[in-house]
Write a protein that binds this ligand. Structure first.
Ligand SMILES: [Zn+2]
Length: 350
């Protein structure tokens, strides 16, 4: 005979009574306490699962409840039931499912975190590097077209200013070295202010506002362009779009069908204007910029100068849509550029 002491609730009042519950050899559970003497088959009792040493509940068919800390005795009672009769009641099943759901949620959150943090960027990089050049060009053209219909207007720079920017750009293009599928596009963009974008396929867009801001400092302008070239070489815009469009990425990497990427043109303008590049993308683009500047014979300190000038032009506020939102000039970026100016060397990877 297995016995345990429990608190007995009759299911109608909140009062509890101390009882002794004994399981007899014939499977009868008997409850005895002050004014209480009840008996019935244990098979009619719903018994909660063990949850560590949390007091255990046993429900009688009429709604009365037992609560006991004696989990071992309850386990011993459960063990006497034929396996088929250890089935759980509805409340109990829900409780189990709830716990299962909570566990599943935690697992999902961890997987999602790992996916976003590691798997997604790696897959995006792989797909972006495999994407055919023609596709990238098409995406770049479509994105520029979309931006021309919204944020961009034709450049209003005086021809001689535009001319000297183009000369600087050609100088930079030679320094980049790869027979540069690079193209410079000048645009007026009052809404976003001093800014530069690297579209897929090597299209560099520079706003009139940026040129005006850095007009007297063509080294600083070259530094911004070199940074954008860094984004081009690493295919950051395509990778960022892929990371933000996990479905397209999934189709492309699982089916090997890169034509599905053409749908990305719809998301690219948003990605480029609103989304931040990751700190790693920025650091990689800076590293490339420093390499190019050194090859041009321009001090990498120009990059720090440019970043600070742009920050000032936006009032130092991160709220302003524009260069800062996608290229926050963190202290370590300024530091790296200035250090490279002293050492004359490209900083290593973090
Ligand atoms: Zn950047």
């Amino acid at each position: 005979m297995i016995s345990l002491t429990a608190r007995y609730f009759d299911g109608r009042t909140s009062a509890s009574h101390q009882v002794t519950a004994s399981l007899h050899d014939d499977g009868t559970l008997r409850l005895v306490g002050a004014g209480i003497d009840r008996r019935g088959p244990l098979t009619a009792v719903r018994i909660a699962d063990r949850l560590g040493n949390v007091p255990r509940a046993l429900w009688l068919p009429d709604g009365a409840k037992l609560e006991t800390p004696d989990n071992d005795a309850v386990d011993a009672m459960v063990a006497t039931l034929p396996p088929g009769r250890r089935a759980l009641g509805l409340v109990h099943r829900l409780e189990r499912q709830w716990r299962f759901a909570l566990g599943a949620l935690a697992v999902t959150a961890v997987l999602a975190f790992l996916g976003v943090e590691y798997v997604l960027p790696a897959a995006a990089e792989r797909v972006a590097m495999l994407a055919p050049v023609e596709l990238e060009h098409a995406l770049g053209e479509e994105t520029l077209e979309a931006l021309d219909g919204t944020l961009f207007a034709p450049s209003e720079l005086p021809p001689e200013t535009a001319g000297s920017v183009i000369v600087r750009f050609e100088h930079l293009r030679r320094a980049v070295g790869f027979d540069a599928a690079l193209r410079l596009e000048l645009r007026s963009a009052p809404a976003i202010g001093a800014n530069a974008f690297a579209l897929p396929g090597g299209i560099l867009v520079v706003t009139d506002e940026l040129v005006t801001l850095l007009e007297d400092d063509y080294d600083a302008l070259a530094a911004v362009l070199a940074h954008e070239v860094g984004h081009v070489l690493e295919r950051h815009s395509l990778r960022a779009a892929l990371q933000s469009s996990a479905t397209a990425l999934l189709i492309a990497s699982v089916l090997g069908d890169v034509t599905s990427l053409s749908g990305l043109a719809a998301t690219l303008p948003t990605v480029l204007v609103d989304a931040r590049y990751s700190r790693r993308f920025e650091a990689d683009a800076d590293r490339e910029a420093i390499r190019i500047l050194l090859r041009m014979g321009v001090s990498p300190a120009a990059l720090a100068t440019a970043l600070e000038a742009i920050e000032r032009s936006h009032g130092g506020a991160g709220e302003v849509p524009g260069y800062l939102s996608s290229h926050p000039p963190t202290a370590d970026r300024l530091e790296r550029a200035r250090a490279a100016a002293v050492t004359g060397r490209v900083p290593g990877k973090d």
